[in-house]
Design a protein. Structure first.
Ligand code: NCD
Ligand code: ZN
Length: 351
C-alpha cells in the first residue's frame, strides 16, 4: 500500500482521557457511558460542589462513578484531589500510596467553574508540592491567572510567567501537566522545557477559535475556559497534537452543563465533547495528513507521562458516511448540548 492510499480504517490502542469532568448524581449517570464507550481511563476533575479535597472524598467519588457505570462497561477513573491552601501533605501522600488519587489539581482561586476554594497564595502549598515531587505524584494545573486586570485572552500566557515558572523553579522535581493549553505561548513553553512538563490539549481547542464564539452572533456552547484564542493559536495546538511529541496528549475537558445553565445572561463555561470526541479528532488528524499520529496523542503519550502502561485493548476507527450523533442528550439534570464541530464527521468507532 503506497503512502497515498487513503486510510479508511485505523486500529489504535484504546484511548485515555487525561482531563474529564463527570460531575455527580444524575448528570454523572447520563454522561459517564459516553466516555466509557471509548476511553479506558480518565483523569477525573475534582471540581464538584463541594470540591473533592481529601483522600476520603476522592474514594467516595470514585465509588459513585463505579456505581454509575452501566453493567458490562469497563472504565477506570483516575482520581484527583482539589488542592486548597489547607491541603495536608500527609493526606495527599496517603491517597497516592493507597492508589486512591493519581494526581492533584491546582486551580488558581476563581479561575473557572467551582474554583472558589482554589489557591491564592502559592507559598501556602509549597509543602504539598514538595511532598508530591518526592513521591512522584503529578500536578495538574489550570494555567490561567485570575487577576481581573489581565485580559482574559492573555491569562494563560501571564500564568506561565507569574505562576508556573516560579513553581517549577522552587520545586523543579515536581511533575507538572499544564492542562487544556490554548496558546502558542504554552506550546512553546512546554517544547522548551523538556523536564517534568507536559500538556493536555482538548478536542474543541483543536477545532474552534475565538471567532467561533463571537463572530456573527454569540455562541455559548463554544464558551469554555480557558477561552479559545486566535486562529494562529489553534494552528499551534494542532501542530503540537499531530507532532507525535510525547509531551502533548489528549485531555478532552468534556465539561457538561445543562442548556439552561449555558444559555443565560451569565452562562457556564464548558463544551460537552464526550459523545463525538474521537470522530472529531480523527477529522483533525486526517486534515493535517497525520492520522497515524492519532494513537500517540490519544493512547500512548499520556500513559507514558503518567508512568502507566498503555491499554492492551484496541479500538478501530472506520471512515464512511457522515456519522449521526445526538445534537443534545437528555440527562436527569436537564438537556446537555453536544459539541458541534461545524463540519460533518466521517469517522466512527467500530462497535
Ligand atoms: C470546566 C467545568 O465546567 O467544570 N469548564 C470549562 O470550561 N473547561 C472547568 C474547567 O476545566 O476549567
Ligand atoms: Zn476542565
Amino acid at each position: 500500500m503506497s503512502d497515498k492510499t487513503p486510510i479508511t480504517r485505523l486500529t489504535i490502542r484504546r484511548p485515555d482521557d487525561w482531563h474529564l469532568h463527570l460531575r455527580d448524581g444524575e448528570m454523572l449517570e447520563s454522561v459517564l457511558p459516553y466516555s466509557a464507550a471509548h476511553f479506558a481511563r480518565a483523569i477525573i476533575m475534582p471540581n464538584l460542589v463541594p470540591p473533592v479535597v481529601t483522600a476520603e472524598q476522592a474514594a467516595g467519588y470514585r465509588d459513585r462513578i463505579m456505581a454509575a457505570l452501566p453493567d458490562g462497561m469497563r472504565f477506570t477513573p483516575l482520581m484527583t484531589l482539589y488542592m486548597t491552601e489547607d491541603t495536608d501533605p500527609a493526606d495527599v501522600a496517603r491517597a497516592h500510596a493507597e492508589g486512591i488519587a493519581t494526581a492533584v489539581k491546582l486551580y488558581p482561586a476563581g479561575a473557572t467553574t467551582n474554583s472558589a476554594s482554589g489557591v491564592r497564595d502559592f507559598d501556602k502549598v509549597r509543602a504539598v508540592l514538595e511532598k508530591m515531587a518526592e513521591i512522584g505524584m503529578p500536578l495538574c494545573v489550570h494555567g490561567e491567572v485570575t487577576d481581573h486586570a489581565i485580559d482574559i485572552f492573555d491569562r494563560e500566557a501571564t500564568f506561565i510567567d507569574r505562576v508556573l515558572k516560579p513553581i517549577r523553579k522552587k520545586v523543579p522535581d515536581l511533575r507538572v501537566i499544564m492542562e487544556h493549553v490554548t496558546t502558542q505561548d504554552a506550546v512553546d513553553f512546554v517544547r522548551d522545557n523538556p523536564k517534568n512538563l507536559a500538556a493536555t490539549i482538548t478536542t474543541h481547542h483543536l477545532i474552534i477559535n475565538r471567532n467561533s464564539i463571537l463572530a456573527g452572533g454569540i455562541r455559548p456552547h463554544y464558551y469554555c475556559l480557558p477561552v479559545a484564542k486566535r486562529e494562529r493559536h489553534r494552528i499551534a495546538l494542532v501542530q503540537a497534537a499531530v507532532s507525535g511529541d510525547p509531551r502533548f496528549f489528549l485531555g478532552t475537558d468534556s465539561a457538561p452543563h445543562t442548556d439552561p445553565a449555558k444559555l443565560q445572561s451569565c452562562g457556564c463555561a464548558g463544551c460537552f465533547t464526550a459523545p463525538n470526541t474521537l470522530s472529531c479528532l480523527a477529522e483533525v488528524f486526517e486534515a493535517a495528513g497525520k492520522l497515524k499520529a492519532l494513537e500517540s496523542f490519544t493512547s500512548l503519550n499520556g500513559p507514558a507521562y503518567y508512568r502507566l502502561p498503555p491499554n492492551e485493548e484496541t479500538i478501530t476507527l472506520v471512515k464512511g458516511d457522515p456519522v449521526a450523533y445526538p445534537e443534545r442528550i437528555d440527562t436527569g439534570a436537564g438537556p446537555v448540548t453536544v459539541f458541534d464541530p461545524g463540519f460533518p464527521l466521517h469517522w466512527h468507532v467500530e462497535a
